[in-house]
Design a protein around this ligand. Structure first.
Ligand SMILES: Cc1cc2nc3c(=O)[nH]c(=O)nc-3n(C[C@H](O)[C@H](O)[C@H](O)COP(=O)(O)OP(=O)(O)OC[C@H]3O[C@@H](n4cnc5c(N)ncnc54)[C@H](O)[C@@H]3O)c2cc1C
Ligand code: FES
Length: 490
């Protein structure tokens, strides 16, 4: 086990029956790489338009971030409208609202015949402290301007006083793994197929290859969360942030899908007899202090917690200009498409991304295509882009000159890691609970930044573009695709 995070509340529902991996050569109209909300919804919409579709999923359908979230499907998303309005203006914020409302309606429609615990719930953006009131007030104005039927209230279904809140009724909560498995059932069959345990290693022209097989397709959709293949410089235009979640059994879980606007932000939702608290966000690879304990303390402060039942964490990318990136993988390319950058709201935006991708794949005009194009240039956000890449450059240089922690690992306690000098470089050494040492080169195989140990998850995380590796160097999350070389620990 490479992470202290238990499985998410949702992954326990993953069907034990796996689909076979891709072997041999096959031809389909469309190859979709990735079986999360984006990939499975896109595949379903394309199949309903009469195309044959292959989904190639490295693990299991819904085992990515789509199975590791807080399961809110809502058009009210913290302070997203004030942020988009300030970076792109009101028309862009209005487009995002229109697409999000349509996505919520689409999920409700797609889910109606699936046993996925679907419920209508109000979504709430709230001020947990007095100082957050201003952001809530701004979001109320922005949400009204973009046409959302929101209202201002302090009467929300939470066991503590809020200073202000924006409320949008009739949003959704569901069981994301059951939902995606239900959609996948419809995708698989009648000339379309889902292949699990089928990691795509290369895309060359119209050919998508795994270790044991290949698919040729007229169109290819890369729906791998971070766009795999590492072409198109997506890593330089996005930031990955990790967040942590705990589920706690309580006697009266709240109805609202709530999130506070401050830092730290406290996200609250519920499933059956459990309240879910999420937060403690940080850029991947940056330090974090006991995130699970802080979330558990928050739960205990406000509810009579009977038991903490689940702990999990995940990360999601945000584009430098705060809009999802949906469209052709490379400028002008009409065969390969991608979608990413959902800012931790991808159950909604992954759904509208699927509608847009389905239109692009079938050459159907879509008025949102330009708005969400991955190749747009936001002049207003250029300083953010420059700053982000300057920080990455500083990481690349800075870590190399800091000294190692130790010369030997003799005294390293179980469950801990440190940095040991390794010739001219550095080696990361971790001691597992059985006392065994694990050594890896600390140079990220993406572009060479030095990885850092994440104690909450027992992984080596890269501060530059968010790649993560387990204690033996295997890739947990890209953009890196190659493992960290192993080293003999000492
Ligand atoms: C802590 C947290 C809480 C969140 N809560 C919410 C929420 O309440 N509401 C909401 O709307 N959003 C939420 N989100 C965001 C949302 O879960 C994601 O934006 C969304 O699930 C992303 O979907 P996806 O399909 O792009 O990625 P994924 O679900 O990660 O799917 C990508 C799939 O691609 C596969 N893959 C990767 N590489 C390859 C390859 N080379 N070959 C084949 N397959 C590959 C992966 O195995 C994975 O299954 C949250 C995010 C976080 C981090
Ligand atoms: S993820 Fe880019 S250098 Fe590590």
């Amino acid at each position: 086990m490479t992470t202290t995070a238990d499985q998410s509340l949702w992954l326990a529902a993953l069907s034990p029956k796996t689909r076979p991996p891709l072997t041999g050569e096959h031809a389909f109209d469309v190859a979709v790489v990735g079986g999360g909300i984006t990939g499975i919804t896109t595949a379903l919409l394309l199949k309903r338009r009469g195309l044959s579709v292959a989904v190639l999923e490295a693990g299991r359908v819904a085992s990515g971030v789509s199975g590791n979230n807080t399961a809110k499907v809502t058009a009210l998303q913290s302070t997203v409208y004030s942020q988009i309005r300030s970076k792109h203006g009101l028309p862009a914020a209005t487009d995002y609202a229109t697409a999000s409302l349509a996505a919520v309606a689409q999920v409700a429609e797609l889910a109606k015949d699936i046993d996925c615990d679907l419920r209508r719930s109000p979504a709430v953006t709230y001020a947990y402290t007095e100082s957050e009131r201003r952001d809530v007030d701004h979001e109320l104005i922005a949400a009204r301007q973009v046409g959302l039927p929101v209202r201002s209230t302090t009467d929300v279904d939470l066991p503590f006083e809020v200073y202000a809140a924006v409320r949008l009724d009739d949003q959704l909560k569901l069981h994301p793994v059951k939902y995606l498995q239900g959609l996948a059932e419809e995708v698989d069959g009648d000339g379309s197929r889902i292949f699990e345990h089928s990691r795509v290693l290369d895309v060359s022209g119209n050919r998508v290859s795994t270790a044991e097989g290949a698919v040729t397709a007229d169109k290819i959709v890369i729906a791998t969360h971070y766009p795999t293949l590492d072409r198109g410089l997506y890593f330089a235009r996005m930031e990955l942030t990790r967040a942590y979640c705990v589920a706690a059994r309580v006697s009266s879980p709240p109805e609202a899908l709530a999130i506070s606007t401050g830092s730290p932000s406290w996200s609250i939702s519920a499933h059956e007899d459990k309240v879910i608290i999420a937060g403690q966000s940080h850029s991947t690879g940056k330090p974090v202090v006991e995130p699970f304990r802080r979330l558990e303390d928050f739960a205990r402060e406000h509810w009579q917690v009977q038991e903490i039942t689940h702990r999990w964490s995940a990360q999601d990318p945000t584009a430098y200009d705060h809009l999802p990136m949906i469209g052709s993988y490379l400028p002008g390319n009409t065969t390969m498409f991608t979608a990413t950058g959902y800012m931790k709201w991808g159950l909604t935006s992954g759904t509208f991304a699927a509608s847009l991708l389905a239109d692009l794949v079938t050459d159907k005009p879509n008025e949102l295509a330009e708005r969400f194009s991955p190749h747009r240039l936001s002049l207003k956000s250029l300083p953010t882009l420059v700053k982000k890449n300057a920080e990455v450059a500083a990481e690349m240089i800075g870590d190399r000159v800091t000294p190692a922690d130790a010369t030997s690992s003799e005294d390293l306690p179980p469950g801990h890691a440190h940095v040991v000098r390794d010739g001219l470089g550095k080696m990361g050494v971790y001691r597992d609970d059985d006392g065994k040492l694990h050594g890896v080169s600390m140079r990220c195989t993406h572009l060479g930044c030095l990885v850092r140990f994440n104690a909450a998850e027992r992984s080596w995380d890269c501060p530059c573009h968010g790649s993560r590796f387990d204690v033996d160097g295997s890739v947990l999350e890209g953009p890196a695709t190659r493992p960290l070389p192993k080293r003999d620990p000492r």
